[in-house]
Design a protein around this ligand. Structure first.
Ligand code: KPL
Length: 324
């Protein structure tokens, strides 16, 4: 089976190594020439517990290299989905496209440009921490579910889903088929709503959020607002107790640095607009109050828009105040 993988971030690198180890033919697409050359030359390192393995993964800069793939996994940040969809549009028809991204809206963005019947959607709660270009830590095992991007068909014997499940399961990602992917995407969204912005603002690893009463309370409030929005939209969640599930993921991925905190530490744009920001947009549309999501969204947006202006040391702050 030939697999294309778009996006050599933490999840993309984790999957690339696991898929190659499982004996599948993988081609990783990177748009940054320097990083692509480094990955091609040195392979990708995967740290699991005390052990580190390194695997060679062919890397390409041009989308044409993915021609002939049976399955393409999209692992880029949500704000890059539209651009990826435009690139994949030029490939000969054939591959199934599976998004394993965080946030809501990715399936729709892919389906606007690519044949909707080829778009598959998935969620995974595996924790992956990027340790540097081409080096990643597997920081927690979680559940993986996949389904049809656009509802309407049976999932049990869908060729694309069977293919994707076989690939992911071979890579050690225990994968289940889900009839209502929308429920899953929203359920995973709630996990990210409860964890990502809070870790980005406090700089705590996922498990640390459970060690402080204030973060626990804020988590409970953002998750409850999101539950209300999902209910108003008529989207059933897969968890009976969503907050308990968010707390469970915190524990299971306790040492993981959430993807949003990884972005903040690297001074990169975050996915806030597709996570808590999506709850704010949807809540406002439905006339529901979402003050805590709105607050966290505003704070993370400010953080990511002000990297160059943040006070780093007391020394710097002091020299400014002495000018008065
Ligand atoms: O998806 C994640 C992320 O970091 O974006 C979780 C599940 C919270 C793991 O860290």
């Amino acid at each position: 089976m030939k697999i294309g993988l778009v996006g050599p971030g933490a999840m993309g690198c984790l999957l690339a190594v696991k898929l190659v180890r499982a004996g599948l033919e993988v081609r990783l697409l990177d748009h940054r020439p320097e990083r692509a050359a480094l990955l091609e030359r040195e392979g990708i390192g995967l740290v699991s517990g005390e052990e580190e393995i390194r695997e060679r993964v062919p890397v390409a800069l041009e989308t044409e290299a993915l021609a002939g793939a049976d399955l393409i996994l999209v692992c880029v940040k949500a704000y890059d989905t539209e651009a990826v969809a435009r690139k994949l549009r030029d490939l000969p028809p054939g591959p199934y496209i599976l998004t394993l991204q965080n946030g809501v809206g990715n399936v729709e963005l892919l389906g606007q440009t690519l044949p909707p019947e080829r778009v598959l959607a998935g969620i995974t709660s595996h924790g992956a921490t990027a340790l540097g270009p081409g080096r990643v830590r597997h920081a927690g095992v979680g559940d993986t579910y996949i389904g049809l991007g656009f509802e309407g068909g049976a999932v049990e014997d869908h060729p694309g889903l069977l293919l994707a499940r076989a690939a992911l399961s071979a890579a050690g990602f225990l994968t289940r088929l889900a009839p209502r992917i929308c429920s899953l995407i929203w359920s995973k969204l709630l996990v990210n709503v409860g964890i990502n912005a809070l870790t980005a603002l406090t700089r705590l690893p996922n498990g640390g959020l459970l060690d402080f009463p204030a973060t626990e309370q804020i988590m409970a409030r953002v998750v409850e607002e999101a539950v209300q929005v999902a209910a108003a939209k008529g989207i059933p969640l897969i968890f009976d107790n969503p907050l308990a599930e968010v707390r469970k993921v915190c524990r299971l991925t306790g040492t993981n640095v959430s993807s949003m905190l990884q972005d903040v530490l690297r001074e990169k744009k975050t996915e806030i607009d597709f996570i808590n920001g999506a709850i704010v947009r949807e809540g406002e549309k439905m006339g529901l109050p979402v003050p805590v999501n709105s607050l966290l969204t505003g704070l993370v947006q400010t953080l990511e828009n002000s990297y160059g202006r943040q006070v780093r040391t007391l020394q710097g702050a002091y020299s400014i105040t002495t000018e008065y």
